[in-house]
Design a binder for this molecule. Structure first.
Ligand SMILES: [Zn+2]
Length: 319
C-alpha cells in the first residue's frame, strides 16, 4: 500500500433535501454544487438556489398575469361607448385585478413548489452537465489537492450517485490517514459493483467508528465476500465488519452465518459482546453460540475473559 497522507477534511454539511446545495446561474443558466456565489461557467457572482430561482420565475409570471388583467380592463374601457360603460369596465377591471392579486398571494408558496419541480424536470440535462463539469473540476485537483477533490466529489455525490464517483471517493479516502474524529461517510459510497477501494475503506471505518457500519455495508461485504477474502488482509476487513455488526442484536439475527465465519478473528471484547447477546437469548443462534464458545475455550481455556476485557456491564452504548 502506498503511503497515506495526513489531511483535514471539512465536516459534511447535511441538508434537508439533496438539491439544497444546488445552485443555478441567473446569467448563463449553468448548474453547480461546488460554489455558492461565483458561477464556475461564466465567472459572474450570479448564483442562486433553485427555490429562489423558481420564486423569481413565479413572480415574473404573476406580474405578467396582472399586467394582462389591467390591459384587458383598459381595452374594455377603450371599446366602451358611453361614460357609464366606461366606469363599469374600469370597476370590473379593478375588481378582476384585485381578485387576481389575492389569489396569487394565496397560492404563491404552492406555485413556487410546482415551479421548482418543473425546473428540475426541464433542466435535467443542464443539471447533469453541471455535475459533470463539477466532477471534471474535482478531477483536476486529484494530484495537487486530494482532500479538496474528495470534498468536491462528496458534494456532487449528493445529487449524482453512481459507481465511478463513489469509487473515486473511496480511492481517495484510501490515500488519507483516517481518524475517528473525521466526519466519515459510508452509506452514500456503497456501490453496486465490487471495489477493493471501497472494501478497504469499509474495513477501516469498521475499526474507527463501528456505528457507521449499517446493513448496507454488511450486505456489501456478504455480496462480495469471495473478492474481499482474496484481497490483501481481506479477512481482517470481514472480521472488522463482523465485529461491528455484533453491536446490534438485529444484525446478529440477520447475518448469523457471516458473523460465525469470522468469530475466530474477533478481538476479545467483540467476542465478549457476541457471547453476551447470545446468552441473553437462550435457544437462538445455536450454531453461532457453538462457534463463539469454541473460540472462547480455545483462547481462554477455562478462564473467564470478562475480568480482562470489559467491566462496563450492560447499558454501555459503545458496544
Ligand atoms: Zn454563469
Amino acid at each position: 500500500m502506498n503511503k497515506k497522507n495526513a489531511v483535514t477534511i471539512k465536516p459534511y454539511e447535511r441538508t434537508e433535501y439533496a438539491y439544497d446545495k444546488l445552485r443555478v446561474c441567473r446569467k448563463c443558466g449553468s448548474y453547480t454544487v461546488l460554489s455558492q456565489k461565483v458561477c464556475p461557467a461564466c465567472g459572474k457572482r450570479t448564483l442562486t438556489d433553485v427555490p429562489s430561482a423558481a420564486k423569481r420565475e413565479v413572480r415574473r409570471s404573476m406580474q405578467s398575469e396582472r399586467l394582462f388583467a389591467v390591459l384587458l380592463a383598459l381595452l374594455a374601457m377603450f371599446f366602451a361607448d358611453t361614460i357609464p360603460w366606461m366606469a363599469i369596465s374600469a370597476a370590473a377591471g379593478l375588481l378582476l385585478t384585485a381578485m387576481l392579486w389575492v389569489v396569487q398571494r394565496r397560492t404563491t408558496e404552492a406555485q413556487i413548489r410546482i415551479r421548482t419541480d418543473r425546473m428540475f424536470a426541464r433542466d435535467q440535462n443542464r443539471i447533469r452537465h453541471g455535475m459533470i463539469q463539477d466532477i471534471k473540476a474535482a478531477e483536476g485537483l486529484l494530484e495537487a489537492r486530494p482532500a479538496l477533490a474528495y470534498e468536491m466529489l462528496r458534494e456532487v455525490n449528493t445529487l449524482l450517485r453512481n459507481d465511478p464517483i463513489r469509487n473515486l471517493q473511496a480511492e481517495l479516502l484510501q490515500t488519507f490517514v483516517l481518524r475517528r474524529d473525521m466526519d466519515l461517510l459510508l452509506e452514500p459510497l456503497i456501490m453496486d459493483g465490487f471495489s477493493p477501494h471501497l472494501a478497504g475503506y469499509i474495513g477501516e471505518v469498521a475499526k474507527l467508528n463501528r456505528e457507521l457500519i449499517k446493513e448496507s455495508a454488511i450486505r456489501y461485504c456478504l455480496r462480495y465476500e469471495p473478492q474481499i477474502r482474496g484481497m490483501h488482509r481481506g479477512e481482517d476487513i470481514l472480521a472488522a465488519v463482523a465485529g461491528a455488526a455484533v453491536r446490534m442484536k438485529r444484525y446478529i439475527e440477520l447475518y448469523p452465518e457471516f458473523i460465525r465465519r469470522y468469530t475466530y478473528k474477533l478481538p476479545a471484547e467483540r467476542l465478549e459482546r457476541l457471547r453476551e447477546v447470545i446468552s441473553q437469548h437462550p435457544g437462538s443462534f445455536e450454531q453461532l453460540k457453538l462457534e463463539a464458545e469454541a473460540v472462547h475455550r480455545l483462547r481462554f481455556g477455562g478462564r473467564d475473559s470478562h475480568a480482562s476485557s470489559n467491566e462496563g456491564g450492560q447499558g454501555g452504548s459503545s458496544w
